[in-house]
Ligand binder design. Structure first.
Ligand code: DGJ
Length: 658
């Protein structure tokens, strides 16, 4: 099945002509030249494929033909069939308001014997251009989401995850542009809704075009389909922008927000950086008192409240309240928090078990194990085999009880190690993630209203698959505000601010040892879903009042930041960094300005605003001077936010004059 076109909306459908494709030579045959929608291994196909299977007799050759098409609502399904027992449905679902398309595939075993599926991608995509610029992120723990670009030339670039659980390293999307900027130029993009192993291949072919394959990672994987079984791949959301990267991000942000629970994300306090494992009732009561005083809406107790958990080496899996730390259970703390007008949230790491735990002692067979080697620990823990029905049942029962017995509104769901030596079954990595989605979904159904944060050692679970099930993501354990500017900019290319948890924490920062002023730290944290992670017990009245003022500012601006449009402004390599948010009606805008340690005592560049109404006049105050300009002036001339001193910052509001 041939791909014909991907670009701006065509004025005439007659343009879509499937002309003959002539072989170039006996070495470049038509099958290889054809930009296929879903290339399947076999015949004269030498490029990357979406599907490859092994029949019971060992054959891997598939000869699929189109076997029908159905149009339903906003969707189209095309069926492909191979006479020897493979059926494929290609699903296309149009989202007209977002100008996006969702794609996924269903692979069916239509034969009488088991079918081995070596590879089943979600979609193949084609762009009739070459030498495009690829955007993605690179990084590692505490350095996630660092945006990079790379020009594609002949050959392939592969971005992937192989760790099963975490994706700190790259993210499951492909953005390709033809020399676009934030506001101009052609951009093609596709993102995979999957939180586990993925592979994105960008292949510039010999035929002056570019093919993208996006889906589960076939690395060390084989899925067995029993007769009549169907395998549904995760969804890819794809689109095209003729107005640069910002327009792409806005549509993807809208897509992400539409997946999320519509309620505002509460300002939270999280005790992790303050206490680490040393939690106890008195300490938490005091932190809660102070959190309420600064306007926090949700108090979250992090790691250390359960089992015999005093360090990374013990307790995971024992989700009973530590009697030493909380002699009367969590009720006194929860009652106190609720009495202070806040909701209560709690940290869990359900997919893991510590060797030193009651759970592991009772069920040593419940972890992923390779028969040939001893299981590895990382951060002192094993990964539970979530593909087992008994493990799934146990986790649901334990977590359901915890939520039933306690007034809990928020779960922080952590996962702090990758998978390794998972055993002989080469399909557990996929099934593990499916089990996580299922478990979170069932807990939410049983406890309507709870919000669940996806965390995996910081930002290891940021993708549209996570946003379908979870409600926000922990962006990074790196809470240094200067580093966060980089991480948050990378995140913003695809994912919405509402889901991005960002905390104000203490200085010197535990990781970078930098001491950045509170205003800067608070304004960086306000660019997403605000949290406070400082040790409030050591804050004096002045610091608490400053925090309270920042929380109040955020609560006032939250609708613009979360429901408006976000703009990456200025030059990301400048000493000055800018982020803007504009309400949907363009009556209200917020500009965050940050100055990193200046290299040349740099005077502010004029920052030009985006998203304002050209004919509307806006009031604003910069450096204490009230001003009034049209949207046209602000977009074309810009404003001069002059900051002085390392880590100076400003927050400028623009309000439409009636
Ligand atoms: C890793 C998370 O990213 C942190 O925020 C914290 O929850 C720790 N785990 C707790 O062990």
């Amino acid at each position: 099945m041939r791909h014909l076109y991907w670009g701006p909306r065509l004025p005439r459908v007659e343009d879509l002509v499937a002309g003959e494709i002539w072989p170039l030579s006996s070495n470049d045959l038509a099958e290889d030249l054809t930009p296929e929608e879903y290339p399947i291994h076999g015949g004269f196909r030498y490029g990357e494929t979406c599907l490859s299977v092994r029949f019971p007799d060992g054959s891997r050759e598939v000869r699929a033909v189109v076997d029908g098409m159905a149009v339903e609502d906003e969707g189209v399904v095309v069926a492909l069939r191979d006479g020897r027992g493979v059926g494929v449905e290609l699903h296309y679902w149009v989202l007209p308001e977002l100008d996006l398309i969702e794609r996924w595939a269903v692979v069916a075993n239509t034969g009488e014997e088991p079918l081995a599926v070596a590879e089943a991608a979600s979609a193949g995509l084609h762009i009739s251009r070459r030498n495009l610029i690829l955007h993605n992120v690179a990084g590692h723990w505490a350095a996630e989401q660092q945006g990079f670009t790379q020009r594609i030339g002949p050959g392939k670039v592969v971005l992937e995850a192989r760790r099963g659980i975490s994706t700190h390293h790259h993210n499951p999307y492909v953005v390709l542009d033809d020399d676009a900027t934030e506001n101009t130029g052609d951009v093609w993009f596709a993102a995979l809704a999957w939180s586990g192993n993925f592979r994105a291949v960008v292949e510039q072919r010999q035929f002056a075009d570019t093919r993208v394959i996006l889906g589960w990672n076939p690395w060390d994987s084989e899925i067995t389909l029993a007769p009549r079984d169907r395998l549904t791949t995760p969804t890819v959301v794809a689109g095209y922008s003729d107005a640069g990267l910002a327009a792409m991000s806005h549509r993807l942000h809208d897509y992400g927000n539409a997946l999320l629970d519509p309620r505002p994300r509460p300002v939270l306090y999280n005790s992790w950086e303050a206490t680490e494992f040393a939690v106890d009732l008195d300490g938490q009561l005091e932190l809660a008192r102070r959190a309420a005083r600064i306007g926090v809406e949700l108090f979250v107790i992090d790691d250390g409240w359960f089992g015999r958990r005093d360090s990374i080496d013990d307790g995971l899996g024992d989700w009973w309240v530590s009697p030493g730390k909380f002699p009367d259970g969590l009720t006194p703390l929860i009652d106190h928090v609720r009495g202070l007008g806040m909701e209560f949230g709690i940290w869990l790491e359900p997919e893991m078990v510590s060797p030193a735990s009651d759970l592991y002692a009772a069920h040593p067979d419940w972890i992923y194990r390779d028969p040939g080697v001893a299981p590895d620990t990382a951060r002192g823990q094993y990964v539970l085999d979530l593909t087992r029905a008994d493990v799934q049942a146990h986790l649901f029962e334990v977590l359901d009880r915890l939520l039933t017995e306690n007034d809990i509104a928020y779960l922080k769901w952590d996962a702090n190690r990758p998978m390794s030596a998972v055993g002989v079954d080469r399909d557990v990595q996929r099934r593990h993630i499916a089990a996580v989605y299922d478990l979170v979904g069932r807990l939410k159904a049983a406890h309507p209203g709870i919000l669940v944060e996806a965390c995996a050692s910081g930002g290891g679970r940021i993708d549209f698959g996570a946003l379908r099930v979870f409600d926000d993501v922990w962006t990074s354990d790196n809470t240094d505000a200067a580093d966060r500017l980089v991480i948050q900019r990378g995140y913003s290319l695809v994912y919405p601010a509402k889901a991005m948890r960002s905390w104000i924490t203490d200085v010197p920062n535990f990781l970078t040892q930098r001491s950045i002023p509170l205003d800067f730290r608070a304004r960086v944290a306000m660019c997403g879903s605000l949290g406070i992670g400082s040790d409030l017990s050591t804050c004096d009245d002045g610091e608490l009042e400053s925090l309270a003022a920042h929380v109040a500012t955020f609560l006032r601006l939250r609708p613009v930041i979360h429901d408006g449009r976000q703009f990456r402004l200025g030059d990301p390599n400048d000493d000055y960094r800018f982020v803007g948010y504009v309400s949907r009606d363009a009556r209200h805008a917020v500009l965050f300005a940050f100055l990193l340690p200046g290299r040349l005592g740099q005077r502010s560049p004029h920052v030009r605003l985006s998203g304002l109404d050209p004919d509307t006049v806006y009031d604003f105050t910069i450096n204490g001077v009230a001003d009034r300009r049209s949207g046209t002036w602000l977009a074309h001339h810009g404003v001069d936010v002059w900051l002085q001193g390392d880590y100076a910052s400003a927050l400028v509001e623009f309000t439409a004059v009636d």
